[in-house]
Design a protein. Structure first.
Length: 398
C-alpha cells in the first residue's frame, strides 16, 4: 500500500498538469505571443546574428594581420630548398641534421581603392536589410494575429446569437417553431465547425497547442479613429520597412559597383618579417625584412569592365523596383483607407437599427452587425499595416 501511495503521489501532479487549462488572452497578449512564437521571426533572429558576424569579419579586414610560425625539420639536403606554401615557404639549407625556424610576420594593405571599407559598408547594409526583413514579417504577424483574434470572437458571437434564437423559439408558440428549430440546429452545427476552424487558426498564429482552450478578453466594437489619406501615405513612406528595403538594396548595388571599379586600381601592401634560424637553440641566425608591394592590374580580358556594367544594370533595376514599390504602397494605403471608411460608416449606421421581436430576424440582425464590425476591425488592421503605424509595441525578443 505504501508503494501504491507513492506512485499515486508521483503521478497525480503529472495528470493534473496534463489536463487542458483555460487561459484568457487580451489582444495585446495574443500579439506578443504571436511575435515571440513566430517560426519565421525566430529564423530571422538567426539571420540577423549571422549578418552581425559578417560585419565583424568585414571590419577585421581593415586591421593588420600578424602571424607566428615555428618549424622543426630533419634535413638531408644536397642542395638548398624552399618548402611548399603549406609550410610557409620555409628555407632549408644544404646539409644533414636538424633545422629550426621561427618567424613573425606582419602585413597590412596601405591602399586598396576602397575594397575593404566598401566591404564593411556592404556588410553593415546587409545587416540593416536583414533587420528590415524581420520587421516586415513582424508587422505581418501583428496584422494577422489581430485578424485571427477578432475572427474568433466573431465566430463565437455568431454561435451565441444562434443559441439565443433557439432559446427564444423554444418558448414561443406557432406551427413553424419546429421547422425553424431544425433550421437553426443545422446552422449551429455549421457554426460549431466555423468556431473550431477560427480557434485553430488563432492558436496557430500565437504558437499555442492546437488543442488548447482559450478565452478572449475583448469585444467587437466600431473603431473610432479617423485618418487623412494624404497623411496616411506620408506615414507609409516614413514607417513602412518595405520602402527602406529598396533603399538598402540601392545602397548595396552602389557599393557593388564601387567594388567592381576598385578592381581596376592598383593596391599597395606593406609587410615585415623577423625570422630566427639555426641547427640548435638558441637560434643564432636572424633575418629582418620590410617590404612595400605595388600591384597594378593591366589586362584581364575586359572582365572588370563587364562586371562594372553588370552592377550598373543591377543598380538601375533597383531604382525601377523602388518606383514600383512606392506605387504599390500608395495603392495599398488608398485601398485600406477606402475600406476602413466604408465599414466604419456602415458600423455606425447599424447603431440606429432597432431590434425586432422575431427570433430569426434577431439572429439575422446579429449576424449582420457582427459581420460589419468584423470587417471594420479587419480594415483597421489592414490600414495600420499599410501605414506602418499603431502596431503592437516591441517585445524584449525583438
Amino acid at each position: 500500500m505504501r508503494i501504491l501511495s507513492v506512485i499515486i503521489m508521483i503521478l497525480l501532479p503529472a495528470f493534473a498538469f496534463a489536463q487542458p487549462s483555460e487561459r484568457t488572452l487580451t489582444l495585446e497578449e495574443s500579439i506578443s505571443a504571436g511575435i515571440n512564437n513566430s517560426p519565421e521571426l525566430l529564423a530571422f533572429t538567426e539571420q540577423i546574428a549571422l549578418a552581425q558576424q559578417r560585419v565583424g569579419e568585414a571590419r577585421a579586414s581593415i586591421y593588420p594581420k600578424i602571424d607566428f610560425n615555428f618549424s622543426a625539420s630533419r634535413i638531408e639536403n644536397d642542395l638548398p630548398l624552399v618548402l611548399s606554401p603549406s609550410f610557409e615557404s620555409t628555407y632549408l639549407p644544404q646539409g644533414v641534421g636538424q633545422f629550426y625556424a621561427t618567424r613573425f610576420t606582419l602585413w597590412q594593405y596601405l591602399y586598396a581603392a576602397g575594397r575593404y571599407t566598401n566591404n564593411l559598408r556592404l556588410a553593415e547594409t546587409s545587416l540593416s536589410q536583414a533587420r528590415g526583413q524581420s520587421e516586415i514579417v513582424r508587422n505581418r504577424v501583428v496584422r494577422d494575429t489581430a485578424k485571427a483574434f477578432y475572427s474568433l470572437i466573431a465566430a463565437r458571437q455568431r454561435l451565441k446569437a444562434i443559441d439565443g434564437a433557439m432559446n427564444a423559439l423554444r418558448s414561443a408558440d406557432g406551427q413553424d417553431v419546429q421547422k425553424n428549430l431544425a433550421i437553426l440546429t443545422e446552422e449551429k452545427r455549421r457554426m460549431l465547425y466555423d468556431v473550431a476552424r477560427a480557434q485553430m487558426t488563432f492558436l496557430d498564429m500565437i504558437g499555442a497547442e492546437l488543442t488548447a482552450e482559450v478565452e478572449l478578453s475583448g469585444d467587437l466594437a466600431c473603431p473610432e479613429e479617423t485618418y487623412d489619406v494624404n497623411k496616411a501615405i506620408a506615414w507609409a513612406f516614413q514607417f513602412r520597412p518595405e520602402l527602406r528595403q529598396t533603399q538598402f538594396q540601392e545602397t548595396i548595388d552602389s557599393l557593388r559597383v564601387n567594388l567592381s571599379m576598385a578592381e581596376r586600381y592598383p593596391t599597395i601592401t606593406m609587410g615585415a618579417n623577423y625570422e630566427w634560424q639555426g641547427e640548435q637553440f638558441p637560434l643564432a641566425k636572424t633575418n629582418l625584412t620590410a617590404t612595400v608591394n605595388l600591384n597594378v592590374p593591366v589586362f584581364d580580358g575586359w572582365a572588370a569592365w563587364a562586371r562594372i556594367k553588370q552592377r550598373k544594370f543591377q543598380a538601375r533595376e533597383g531604382k525601377i523596383r523602388r518606383s514600383y514599390m512606392e506605387d504599390q504602397v500608395r495603392r495599398e494605403v488608398r485601398e485600406a483607407y477606402m475600406d476602413y471608411n466604408f465599414w466604419q460608416e456602415t458600423a455606425r449606421a447599424l447603431k440606429d437599427v432597432q431590434p425586432s421581436g422575431d427570433p430569426l430576424k434577431t439572429r439575422d440582425e446579429a449576424f449582420a452587425r457582427i459581420d460589419v464590425l468584423l470587417r471594420a476591425l479587419h480594415s483597421k488592421s489592414d490600414l495600420d499595416w499599410a501605414t506602418g503605424r499603431n502596431l503592437s509595441p516591441r517585445t524584449a525578443t525583438d
